[in-house]
Design a protein around this ligand. Structure first.
Ligand code: PLP
Length: 405
């Protein structure tokens, strides 16, 4: 099931509107593919049942519901096109995609090098799941660059990256790290949830697996859990084996919702980007803010890497407050916000804010910010309304801090 008229060199916006929509393949005339919910797939006769069993590992063969239906295939093909991948595996959550990627490259006795700014549950999986199974993980400074060479052990099988980190917003020099990995035959994977393949394409930089929490911007509406792992065919086959052995499965409704989010990914991201930059620049002027953590700002310490490698930014960034605000003052600020929800995840249409205890999330490097860090997700609201909401929040913060003196 390929797009009916795929002109390969097309603009991503055109790809978003047309990929994964072969109306003839599903025998209908609807714009969108159907939500093909299935456990059982029926075969015409015994011979085709037997043949289906033999073909069950083929990426686009629908043999049993667990490995997906036409709806899943449409999403996988659409996403692969955006990533520049030969195939994409779908998983029940972003974390499942992280863990499946780790599992695809290691066995007992192996070693993983993981970036210190990694999404914290990925680190937990290394310590809680892989370490007891005999796989050791060590963590490295995001600023390591080509210095990664000194950290490689004879049993290192995978270097796992995330850029920027989704709390600290540090960037790493992917091409420098990948060059070392390739020379030594070590696989690389990168959590690309922040940028999505619209703004950064890890596979173009030589990374073997691009991991995405589809829960975030792809879903885009805070109503779906999904993970994706995109790779060239031979790596995807390793991922498929893990998914198969682990029994991972994604519902057709989730796949459909993600495909629906896919259509508007670019317009949403551009709006998130513009509004987040407007809010970030306003925050830079505030006396309560020690620094804003946003890679698209020229003041960001690795802005040069951002300018070199990325096509834009999303709506997620952080701010470090000046020191001296205690928990009660922070609560006074956050509890009274009208438009910023307090909650995890991000990438939906709505704005969010959460404290980021970055110092507790890392082991290889220290986090030296003087004050508390807050992470903001700038949604699709009017940025002026969001700024007014934050301004009132800062006033509450100041009053609470003065009252405590
Ligand atoms: C949210 C997130 C994940 C995990 O996604 P879930 O769908 O919540 O499991 C992985 N990586 C990053 C960077 C994330 O922000």
């Amino acid at each position: 099931m390929t797009a009916r008229n795929p002109h390969p060199p097309r603009h991503p916006a055109t790809h978003l509107a047309h990929a994964g929509r072969d109306v003839h393949a599903h025998g209908g005339r609807t714009v969108n593919p159907p939500v093909a919910r299935a456990s059982t797939i029926l075969f015409d006769d015994l011979a085709s049942l037997r043949e289906g069993y033999l073909r069950r590992q083929e990426p686009d063969f629908v043999q049993y519901g667990r490995s997906g239906t036409e709806t899943h295939i449409a999403l996988r093909q659409a996403w692969s096109g955006l990533e520049g991948a030969e195939d994409t595996l779908l998983l029940p959550s972003g974390l499942a995609a992280v863990v499946a990627t780790l599992m695809a490259f290691v066995e007992a006795g192996d070693h993983i090098l993981m970036i210190d700014n990694v999404y914290a549950p990925g680190r937990k999986a290394c310590e809680g799941l892989l370490r007891p199974m005999g796989v050791e993980t060590s963590y490295f400074d995001p600023a390591v660059g080509a210095g990664i060479a000194a950290l490689i052990r004879p049993n290192t099988k995978l270097i796992y990256l995330e850029t920027p980190g989704s709390h600290s917003f540090e960037l790493c020099d992917v091409p420098a790290i990948v060059a070392v990995a390739r020379e030594r035959g070590i696989a690389t994977a990168l959590d690309n949830t922040w940028a999505t393949p619209l703004l950064y394409r890890p596979l173009e930089h030589g990374v073997d697996v691009s991991v995405q929490a589809g829960t975030k911007y792809l879903g885009g509406h805070s109503d779906v859990m999904l993970g994706l792992a995109a790779a060239r065919a031979e790596v995807a086959q390793r991922l498929r084996t893990v998914c198969d052995l682990m029994g991972y499965s994604v519902g057709a409704d989730e796949a459909y919702l993600a495909l629906r989010g896919f259509r508007t990914l670019e317009v949403r991201l551009r709006r998130h980007e513009a509004s987040a930059l407007e809010v970030a620049r306003w925050l830079q002027q505030r006396p309560e803010v020690e620094r804003v953590l946003h890679p698209a700002l020229p003041e960001h310490p690795q802005h040069a890497l951002f300018a070199r490698d990325f096509d834009g930014a999303c709506g997620l960034f952080g701010m470090v407050l000046v020191p001296g605000y205690d928990e009660r003052a922070i609560a006074a600020m956050l509890d009274g916000l009208a438009y910023f929800g307090l909650g995890y995840s991000w990438g939906g249409f709505e704005s969010l804010i959460v404290p980021s205890p970055i110092e507790k999330m890392r082991t290889a490097t220290a986090w030296d910010a003087p004050g508390r860090t807050l992470r903001l997700h700038i949604g699709l609201e009017d940025p002026g309304d969001l700024i007014a909401d934050l301004q009132a929040g800062f006033e509450r913060l100041g009053r609470a801090a003065r009252a405590a003196e």
